[in-house]
Every structure is written in structure tokens, then in C-alpha cells.
Design a protein around this ligand. Structure first.
Ligand SMILES: *[C@@H]1O[C@H](CO)[C@@H](O)[C@H](O)[C@H]1NC(C)=O
Ligand SMILES: *[C@@H]1O[C@H](CO)[C@@H](O)[C@H](O)[C@H]1NC(C)=O
Ligand SMILES: *[C@@H]1O[C@H](CO)[C@@H](O)[C@H](O)[C@H]1NC(C)=O
Ligand SMILES: *[C@@H]1O[C@H](CO)[C@@H](O)[C@H](O)[C@H]1NC(C)=O
Ligand SMILES: *[C@@H]1O[C@H](CO)[C@@H](O)[C@H](O)[C@H]1NC(C)=O
Ligand SMILES: *[C@@H]1O[C@H](CO)[C@@H](O)[C@H](O)[C@H]1NC(C)=O
Ligand SMILES: *[C@@H]1O[C@H](CO)[C@@H](O)[C@H](O)[C@H]1NC(C)=O
Ligand SMILES: *[C@@H]1O[C@H](CO)[C@@H](O)[C@H](O)[C@H]1NC(C)=O
Ligand SMILES: *[C@@H]1O[C@H](CO)[C@@H](O)[C@H](O)[C@H]1NC(C)=O
Ligand SMILES: *[C@@H]1O[C@H](CO)[C@@H](O)[C@H](O)[C@H]1NC(C)=O
Ligand SMILES: *[C@@H]1O[C@H](CO)[C@@H](O)[C@H](O)[C@H]1NC(C)=O
Ligand SMILES: *[C@@H]1O[C@H](CO)[C@@H](O)[C@H](O)[C@H]1NC(C)=O
Length: 490
């Protein structure tokens, strides 16, 4: 009781303070499941127009800052910054501890498309960014939109040509555009029930964070735009991703390590379409990846399904992929990926790099229909060990006109190499179990891809096959047992 009265007194104080700044401002206090008190400020009360053609940066940032003051006055209660329906054009917004953006249905935060909308340092180019914040997040049912189309210099079905702010000297190369949302060095992050659309570059970036929960979100990016990754999770521990839909041009869920290891990432119940890799570890891989689980995921029409692209000496271990349906096809070779449903590679990026090792990898209950086979490639200094494929059904058929017959080591390493297609192409492996694996091949072009297992004993050691089938399949999808069916072991 005494505590409640104390809170009310504090609230009075906060209200008075705020009213002296904003004659019209209102605070509402909501009940919440997580906390018994939750403050809410509407950006409209701080002067945001919500028209979409006028910059609302200052009112929105003022609402966030007022939330921070109110929250600390109220002993760390959480505070919502509410966006009612409307379009809010803005420069970079700085999210703070204990503040949650509550972007309501039919409300959209539109990221500015001018260089001056972003801070000087290129690594801080985000539409919304939180740095070193605790208990922070985004929700509300609405949308954050990066207006990615304004960064397309020329639309091209092959690959869009993008504007680059490199001309200013802020950064070099053509990957010189703002990201959409970033959490850097944060703890207890929650992002849920929100749409993240049309990023100009990477979409959701989680860097050096601890305890992040991302759920019930949808990510949409132009299919032909390069570098519009879905989620890049870097150097972060204890990340949970569930119930997500990602439809974008570049890698969809992409854990990376630049400055420290990444532990315990779980992604479940997601649907993904991408012109690059649906799930990709790397290619930034200077430190280890350990304890990752990917379960119940549907991957459609992507350039690559499950990928490990280890290039910088980080070691990978204890990774499980389970209950995953995949369809992969060829797109233009200017995109990394060669329609591989599963791609596990480690090699030194260049002469100055090391090769990391990959061990304890499991693929369980996987169904794939694809235009190319599985590629498993270690290298001299980076062996693949203890890999398991259990209950895997693979259907190989061609349905696009793109040329095949290339093995893709990019980035770096050997680049693109001519090599005939195989069901499993394997090199530099020690310990591979294949159990209950069925491979079926469409009849067309048989002469080019009739090789279920491609390996040399000099680099592949301790390969075990149990219940492995490979055969052609009929029009009706049945097994063609009479002709070229191969049964290696049962
Ligand atoms: C959102 O907009 C749609 C279409 O304009 C409208 O039907 C719907 O009622 C709006 N919902 C809210 C919560 O404003
Ligand atoms: C800037 O990017 C364009 C491609 O978008 C490229 O042609 C040009 O060489 C780049 N300039 C610099 C300085 O990196
Ligand atoms: C993790 O973060 C969530 C909110 O995002 C919070 O509810 C939970 O208590 C945190 N867990 C730990 C161990 O801090
Ligand atoms: C993640 O855990 C590893 C191993 O304990 C640790 O080295 C690293 O600093 C942690 N990262 C963060 C962001 O807490
Ligand atoms: C990863 O998860 C395990 C099991 O929950 C836990 O024991 C370990 O501390 C976690 N690692 C990090 C770096 O948080
Ligand atoms: C798998 O994920 C889908 C959403 O993509 C969901 O509808 C379904 O319930 C999930 N299945 C299980 C067993 O969790
Ligand atoms: C994969 O496809 C099978 C058969 O169509 C279906 O039973 C299963 O639920 C699907 N799993 C996922 C993760 O989509
Ligand atoms: C990877 O493992 C090797 C062999 O254990 C070790 O020498 C190397 O330091 C590890 N790399 C990293 C980045 O931890
Ligand atoms: C693979 O196909 C067989 C039928 O040939 C089916 O019994 C099994 O459930 C399928 N497994 C997966 C993981 O889809
Ligand atoms: C694989 O599928 C079988 C049959 O549906 C199920 O019993 C088993 O739990 C699944 N394994 C994993 C690791 O999900
Ligand atoms: C692949 O072989 C063709 C000729 O068959 C050649 O034109 C092409 O340059 C080769 N590509 C690579 C990447 O070696
Ligand atoms: C072969 O690899 C399996 C794991 O895949 C391992 O358990 C076994 O000890 C290895 N055997 C030899 C002889 O190396």
C-alpha cells in the first residue's frame, strides 16, 4: 500500500514535470502481464504529424526521452512509446533502456532516405537503434519500413543496382546503405508482433546481445535487392527466434561472429523464401558458434537451404537442424548459392585466414526438393567431423533453365569450380553417418547427374551408410525399383 502511494506521488511529479514541457501531453498507465505498472506516451502528444511527408524525428525522440525520465522516476517501470495509425517519417531514432516502441496496427515508421537522416559514423546507420540498453523492445502490430525502393538505382530481375553512399567517403564499396533496426550490446531484448519491411540494407541486426527474444514477426524485402538480409545475429548469446516469416533477397537468418563467440541460438516455426541462403552461419566467422537449434522450418524457392559458410577460423559445434522442408532452385550466379539444399563448408577465406573446424552436426527429419545436391566440404586445416543425416528424403529434379555443373566455394577459397552434380559431394570429412536417407532422381538429364555419392577415400574417412537408397522416380512420384535403383545397405 505504502509502495503504491509512493508510486502515485512519483507519477504526479513526473506528470507535472512533463506538463511544464508539453501543455498537451497525457500519460496513461496500463496494466501489463509482465509488470504491474506500465507507462505509455503517444508520439502524437509530442507533436508527431503522422503524415509521412514531414519529418517527425524530434517529437518521436522526445517521447522516447520522456519515457526514459518517467521510467526512472518510477523505479524502472517499463514505458511504451505509442504510434497511433499513420505514417511517421524519421531520421535515426535512439531507443533506450526500459522503453518499448508500440507501433500500432496501421502505423508505419518510415526510415528517411537522405544521408543527413543518419549519424556520421556508418556503423550507426539504422532507422531505429538501441545501444547498451536493458529491457528494451519493439511491438504493437505495426510496421517499420526502410523505403528500400528509394535506394534502387536500377531495378533488374537479375540483381538490382543499388545507390551507394560511398561517394561521401563515409564508407567504401557498394554495401553502403543504412540498416533498418539494430540492437547493440543490449540485454533482455524482445521484438514481437511487428513487421520489418523494405530495408535498404540488412533488416534486423542483433550485435553482442544477451537474452533476445524475437517472435511473431514478418520480414519483407525486395527479392532482387542484394544485402537485404533478414536477421543478422552477431556475437550474441541466448537468442530465441520463433514464429517468423521472412521473404527477402539476401540471407534470411544469419548468425555471424566478428569479435566474440555466439552460443545458444534457437530458431523454430519459421517460413522462409530468399534468393540467397535461408539459414547461414557465417561468412563472418572469426569466433566459435556453439549450441544452435533450427527446428520446424519451411524453406521455399531459395537459392540455398541450410548453409555453413565458415571462412575465418572460428570453430562450429553442436548444431541441430530438424523437421525442415526445403525447396531450392538456381538463380543467377551473381548470387551466392547453387540450389544446394544443404551446404556445409569451411575453408580459409584468403591467404591470411585460417580454416575453422565443424563438428557434431545433425540433420534429422529433412525433406528437400532441389536442383542440386548436398555439398559437404572441409579443408586441410578444417575438418568436418561427426556429421549425421537421419531420416532425410531428397528429390533431385531440374525446373529452371540456369546452367548447372558448378561447385560454389564463394566467398573466397576456390570460388566457382566446374564439377558434375552429385547427391552428396564430400571432401575433408572424418566421421559421417547417413541413416534412413532416400534419394530420388528425375529421369531427365540423367547422364549429367547420376552420381549419388561423390568422394575420395583420401579425404573422406569413416563414412557409414545405413538404409541408404538412391533411385530414379516415376512421373507419379513412385520409386522405380526395376531399373537403376541402388540399395547400398539395409
Ligand atoms: C487499418 O486500416 C484498414 C484499411 O484502411 C482498416 O480497415 C482497419 O480498420 C484499420 N485498423 C486499425 C486498427 O486502425
Ligand atoms: C561506390 O559504389 C559503386 C557501385 O555502387 C562503385 O562503382 C564505386 O566504385 C564505389 N566507389 C568507391 C569509392 O568505393
Ligand atoms: C530475458 O528477457 C526477457 C524479456 O525479453 C525477460 O522476461 C527474462 O526475464 C529475461 N531472462 C533473464 C534470464 O534475464
Ligand atoms: C557469450 O558467451 C561467451 C562464452 O561464455 C562469452 O565469451 C561472450 O562474451 C558472451 N557474449 C555476450 C554478448 O555476452
Ligand atoms: C547456453 O545454454 C546452456 C544450457 O541452457 C547454458 O548452460 C549455458 O550457460 C549457455 N551459454 C551461455 C554462453 O549463456
Ligand atoms: C511448425 O511451424 C508452423 C508455422 O510455420 C506452425 O503452424 C506449426 O504449428 C509448427 N509445428 C509444430 C509441431 O510446432
Ligand atoms: C513438411 O512436409 C510434410 C509433408 O508434406 C508435412 O507433413 C510437414 O508438416 C512439413 N513440415 C514443415 C516443417 O513444413
Ligand atoms: C579452433 O579450434 C582449434 C583447434 O582446437 C584452435 O586451435 C583454434 O584456436 C580454435 N579457433 C578459435 C577461433 O577459437
Ligand atoms: C521419407 O519418405 C518415406 C516414404 O518413402 C516416409 O515414410 C518418411 O516419413 C519420409 N521422411 C521424411 C523426413 O519426410
Ligand atoms: C523425427 O520425426 C519422427 C517421426 O515424425 C519423430 O518421432 C521424431 O521425434 C523426430 N525427431 C526430431 C529430432 O524431431
Ligand atoms: C567451366 O568450364 C567451361 C567450359 O566447359 C568454361 O568456359 C568455364 O570458364 C569454366 N568455369 C569455371 C568457373 O571454371
Ligand atoms: C567414426 O565416426 C563416428 C561418428 O560419426 C565415431 O563415433 C566413431 O568413433 C568413428 N570411428 C572411427 C574408427 O574413427
Amino acid at each position: 500500500m505504502v509502495f503504491k502511494i509512493y508510486i502515485q506521488l512519483l507519477l504526479q511529479l513526473v506528470l507535472t514535470t512533463l506538463q511544464s514541457h508539453f501543455a498537451t501531453s497525457r500519460i496513461s498507465i496500463l496494466q501489463s502481464n509482465h509488470h504491474n505498472l506500465r507507462l505509455s506516451f503517444s508520439v502524437v502528444d509530442f507533436g508527431a504529424t503522422g503524415t509521412g511527408n514531414h519529418y517527425d524525428t524530434i517529437p518521436i525522440q522526445s517521447a522516447i526521452d520522456a519515457c526514459v525520465s518517467a521510467s526512472s522516476a518510477l523505479l524502472g517501470s517499463h514505458c511504451l512509446v505509442t504510434f497511433p495509425p499513420g505514417k511517421y517519417l524519421t531520421a535515426t531514432l535512439y531507443l533506450k533502456s526500459r522503453v518499448f516502441l508500440n507501433i500500432q496496427k496501421n502505423a508505419t515508421i518510415l526510415g528517411g532516405s537522405r544521408l543527413e537522416d543518419y549519424p556520421k559514423k556508418q556503423e550507426k546507420w539504422y532507422v531505429v537503434v538501441a545501444e547498451n540498453a536493458v529491457d528494451v523492445g519493439i511491438t504493437g502490430g505495426g510496421e517499420i519500413n526502410g523505403q528500400g525502393w528509394k535506394f534502387v538505382e536500377r531495378f533488374d530481375e537479375r540483381k538490382n543496382v543499388m545507390v551507394s553512399w560511398n561517394k561521401t567517403g563515409a564508407c567504401l564499396g557498394d554495401e553502403c546503405r543504412p540498416r533498418l533496426v539494430g540492437f547493440i550490446g543490449c540485454r533482455n531484448v524482445e521484438i514481437w508482433d511487428v513487421k520489418l519491411h523494405e530495408p535498404a540494407y540488412w533488416c534486423l541486426h542483433i550485435v553482442r546481445c544477451e537474452n533476445t527474444s524475437i517472435h511473431d514477426i514478418s520480414i519483407y524485402g525486395d527479392f532482387n535487392t542484394p544485402n537485404n538480409d533478414g536477421m543478422d545475429i552477431e556475437d550474441s548469446n541466448n537468442t530465441l527466434i520463433t514464429r517468423c516469416k521472412i521473404d527477402t533477397g539476401d540471407d534470411a537468418i544469419c548468425p555471424k561472429t566478428y569479435t566474440s563467440p555466439l552460443y545458444n541460438l534457437t530458431a523454430t516455426n519459421c517460413w522462409i523464401r530468399t534468393k540467397s541462403s535461408a539459414i547461414k552461419l557465417g561468412s563472418a566467422s572469426w569466433y566459435s558458434f556453439k549450441g544452435l537449434v533450427f527446428d520446424n522450418i519451411t524453406i521455399v524457392e531459395s537459392h540455398r537451404g541450410l548453409g555453413l559458410q565458415i571462412r575465418d577460423g572460428g570453430n562450429v559445434s553442436d548444431i541441430t537442424f530438424s523437421n525442415i522442408n526445403i525447396s531450392t532452385r538456381y538463380y543467377d550466379p551473381s548470387w551466392w548459392g547453387r540450389a544446394e539444399p544443404i551446404y556445409v563448408t569451411t575453408c580459409p577465406r584468403d591467404d591470411s585466414s585460417k580454416a575453422g573446424s565443424i563438428s557434431n552436426l545433425q540433420f534429422v527429419n529433412i525433406t528437400a526438393t532441389s536442383e542440386n545436391g548436398i555439398f559437404l566440404s572441409g579443408s586441410k586445416g578444417g575438418i568436418l567431423s561427426n556429421l549425421k543425416f537421419i531420416n532425410v528424403n531428397l528429390t533431385y529434379t531440374r525446373w529452371t533453365k540456369y546452367a548447372d555443373g558448378l561447385v560454389d566455394y564463394r566467398p573466397g577459397c576456390q570460388g566457382l569450380v566446374n564439377h558434375s552434380t552429385a547427391g552428396f559431394m564430400m571432401e575433408h570429412i572424418d566421421g559421417l553417418d547417413i541413416e534412413n536417407v532416400k534419394m530420388r532422381w528425375s529421369e531427365e538429364k540423367t547422364e549429367q547427374w547420376n552420381n549419388p555419392l561423390d568422394f575420395r577415400p583420401s579425404t573422406v574417412n569413416n563414412l557409414s551408410l545405413l538404409n541408404f537408397y538412391s533411385g530414379l522416380y516415376n512421373e507419379d512420384g513412385g520409386w522405380n525399383r526395376e531399373s537403376k535403383n541402388v540399395q547400398l545397405a539395409e
